[in-house]
Design a protein. Structure first.
Length: 252
C-alpha cells in the first residue's frame, strides 16, 4: 500500500533525472506537492513539467547543493510557492563520471568536490529547510546513502567515504532534531540501474546479478517504497536509522 502524502510538500534534490526523477514522480503519485531541485535547472523543469502533465503540483528549481546561498534561496522559493515543507529527500550526489582509482591516486581536488556535493550538500540542505520543518511541528529528512559503505567498495574511496559521512550525519541530525518531532533516516541503495550507473562500466546492466538473495538487477523503482515510508507518517517513531535496499547482497 502506497503511503498517503496528500497535502504534504516534499523537496527532492538531484531530481533532474535518474533516481531523483523516479522519486519525484512517485511522491507526486502519492499525493504530495513536489519541489524538484537540481544543478541542472532545465532537467529540474522537465521533471516538474512531467508531474504537472500527470495532474500533480510541482516547482522546478536550479540549485547547487554545495553552495549555502543557493540552498537558502531554494528554501525561500519552496516557502513562497507552497507555504511550507514537510519532507526533504537529500538525493543529489556525484556519482556518474567518477573515475575508479586507488585511494593513493585520487586527486585532492576531486576528493573535495565529491565531499562538497555528497556530504556538505545534505548538511546545507537540511540546514536551510529545518526552519520550515520546525514550523510544521514535525517533518521528515531522508538522506540517500549507499550500500557501498557496508561493502567498502574498492577504488572509490571518495564516494564511499562521502556516503559513510551521510550515514553519520543522519544519526547526528536525528538526535538534534528529535525535540522538534523531525525524523531523519537514510536509505542505502545497492548498485541501481540508472543513467549514471550504466555509464560506469561495460557490464553495468548485469553487474551484481546473482550475487544477492534476489537474482536480478536493482531498478530505481526498488527504492520508492523505502523513501515513501521514511517520508510518511508510517515511520513517525523511527529515526536515526539506515535501511539497506540491495536485494540481500550485503547479507551473503
Amino acid at each position: 500500500m502506497t503511503p498517503d502524502l496528500r497535502g504534504k510538500v516534499v523537496l527532492i534534490t538531484g531530481a533532474a533525472g535518474g533516481l531523483g526523477r523516479t522519486f519525484a514522480l512517485a511522491f507526486s503519485g502519492a499525493g504530495a506537492q513536489v519541489a524538484v531541485a537540481d544543478v541542472n535547472g532545465a532537467g529540474a523543469q522537465e521533471t516538474a513539467e512531467l508531474i504537472r502533465q500527470a495532474g500533480g503540483q510541482a516547482l522546478g528549481l536550479q540549485v547547487n547543493v554545495s553552495d549555502e546561498a543557493s540552498t537558502l534561496e531554494m528554501a525561500r522559493a519552496v516557502r513562497a510557492e507552497f507555504g511550507g515543507l514537510d519532507a526533504l529527500i537529500n538525493n543529489a550526489s556525484l556519482y556518474a563520471g567518477l573515475e575508479r582509482l586507488p585511494f593513493t591516486e585520487i586527486d585532492p581536488a576531486v576528493w573535495d568536490w565529491v565531499m562538497g556535493v555528497n556530504l556538505k550538500g545534505p548538511w546545507l540542505c537540511a540546514r536551510a529547510v529545518t526552519p520550515l520543518l520546525r514550523e510544521r511541528g514535525a517533518g521528515r529528512i531522508v538522506n540517500i546513502a549507499s550500500a557501498t559503505v557496508m561493502s567498502g567498495s574498492p577504488l572509490w574511496a571518495h564516494y564511499v567515504a562521502s556516503k559513510g559521512g551521510v550515514i553519520a550525519l543522519t544519526r547526528v541530525l536525528a538526535r538534534e532534531l528529535g525535540d522538534d518531532g523531525i525524523t531523519v533516516n537514510a536509505v542505502a541503495p545497492g548498485f541501481t540501474l540508472t543513467e549514471a550507473s550504466l555509464g560506469l562500466m561495460e557490464d553495468a546492466a548485469s553487474y551484481g546479478v546473482g550475487r544477492g538473495a534476489l537474482k536480478r538487477a536493482q531498478q530505481p523503482g526498488d527504492l520508492i517504497g523505502a523513501a515513501l515510508f521514511f517520508a510518511s507518517d508510517a515511520s513517525a517513531f523511527i529515526t536515526g536509522q539506515t535501511l539497506v535496499v540491495d536485494g540481500g547482497r550485503q547479507f551473503l
